[in-house]
Design a protein around this ligand. Sequence first.
Ligand code: SF4
Length: 337
Amino acid sequence: MLEIKHTLCPSCSVGCGINVVLKEGNVVGTFPYKRHPVNSGKNCLNGRNSIECYLNKFEDINVDDVVADVLKELKSADASSVTVVCSGNNDVEEIKAIKEFAESNNFNLAFYADNLKNFDDVATYDDVADASKIFVIGDLLFENPLIGRRIVHAKQNGAKIYALGKTEKSVTFNIADETFNTSVVDFLDANDSNIDESSVIVFNYVDSAEDLDKIESIGCKSFPVFSKSNSKGALDIVEVKSLDEMMELLENTKVLLVFNDDIADEIDFDFTKISKIISFAPCENNTTKISDIVVPIKTWLEKDGSFVNAMGDTQTFTTVIDSDVLSEIEVIEKLNS
Ligand code: SF4
């Protein structure tokens, strides 16, 4: 028997709905969620592939054994040399639990969001679609196509598109009126006279804090698109670190606890300098591959939770499929007991 269950896509901060297909109780595929207000029946390839982690989740790890190993490591470590990493892959409730866990044990808490930070007043998806000029930083049409779709709609309605990219070719460049291969600051300086109140800056990367300051100093709306589903929610709860701050913290870390993140893939650091790396993850990634201990946790399909999307809207999701695997919050409760 086929069953269709609605949920949220966990693969970026756009916040699209997605349908998961179950056949005789097993997850077998996805298809777009037609009536969802964010994506109106479209999901990108990343979204369609978001069940891969569930299909390849860790099996056959005895959670009591690995939690005991983690407790042993933590008991023998100096709290000031223990760093806990959280990320936008954690839902709102998990971020709160991780923060409390780190603070109550006097561990360092680290949250890195690709050099991005919180913006109080972000544009809406409608602002993007209705803008007269859009300044696009990053290949949004390729990397975040459901926002890219709004940029295309704006273009069809007469908007001018100014695009900045790191390479000479990009999908966004194909629809842009003007293209640039400069720094973010130079891009915005070059377009200073073009930017007005009806413009929107949409971006999925910056290279430095100065880039963020520059974007903030421009008097138009901006729309940061994060690579992880709940980065905006995490930014509301946890103080974000710059890349330099992360590097300094990692240099002073002896025990690294990584909650559902792939920090080894994102930060160019020599992780062999860290004595023990402990990953809490639902499936394999580059960080679990270099970890001394891996504690399996539920995928997003196996739990209830909420993400805050790029626009700042809190979206809840419910369990698609039951499982005996512990959630991050249950694992933290075990570590605290
Ligand atoms: S744009 Fe983001 S949220 Fe939407 S389907 Fe693609 S990965 Fe998922």
